[in-house]
Design a protein around this ligand. Sequence first.
Ligand SMILES: Nc1ncnc2c1ncn2[C@@H]1O[C@H](COP(=O)(O)OP(=O)(O)OP(=O)(O)O)[C@@H](O)[C@H]1O
Ligand SMILES: [Mg+2]
Length: 245
Amino acid sequence: MSTDNLHTPAERLIEVRGLGKMFTLHNQGGIRLPVLRAIDFDAARGECLVLSGRSGTGKSTLLRCLYGNYLATEGTIRLRDTSAEGAPWVELTQAPEQRILHLRRHVIGYVSQFLRAIPRVSALDVVADPLQQRGTSHEEARARAAVLLERLNLPRRLWDLPPATFSGGEQQRVNIARGLIGGHPILLLDEPTASLDADNRAVVIDLIREALAEGRALIGIFHDEAVRDAVATRLLPLQPATAIA
Ligand SMILES: Nc1ncnc2c1ncn2[C@@H]1O[C@H](COP(=O)(O)OP(=O)(O)OP(=O)(O)O)[C@@H](O)[C@H]1O
Ligand SMILES: [Mg+2]
């Protein structure tokens, strides 16, 4: 297990101030598309912040900014580097690539809506990988991956196969297991239950609650109201950026 200090529930792990994101569409005459504007929030250990708002308001864009995939065009995103002595704040929008990669390995995890399948790598190894990257042995990481896949009801006959040909719901469960296994203190979830049946949604709700009880901070998008109500500790409604004066 990681050595993260997970015992102070009120500790803030992420702080966002005045965040804005504008896309410039270079292949369409440089049209500028404002998506996020003046976003402010904090998230602390044990909190599950749920982004809400109509389709196209920038929920996924916000998660990508927090993960360092998209560069914010204004404002600041600060994360605590819990892997470093004293857990210093890091300004993500100024961080060099190496620092961002380090944060992704140890501090911030991301469950995208669709699994990015890696050819020829088995489901078990896809799930075990983030834990191995954090220094856990191959055998131990695979054993932990097996526990998660078992809980998520992924049939054993699939464990040694690459997920590329799995059904949407099977891939989504592999993706969730991969996101949760690393024990990252901050976890971003983009509609992790969209393709799941009711039984597996209930498993994911349990896993999310366990992550919160461990003192992790979650920021997620959940279209399913029942899931949202079961896990959210706070809502962050997003408005269309153009509608803001
Ligand atoms: N890389 C990009 N380049 C240009 N525009 C983009 C890019 N990514 C997102 N957008 C635009 O930003 C807006 C917000 O998209 P985003 O995917 O964040 O919405 P969303 O709130 O997650 O919607 P949904 O609920 O449908 O998933 C959309 O109008 C989209 O077209
Ligand atoms: Mg989205």
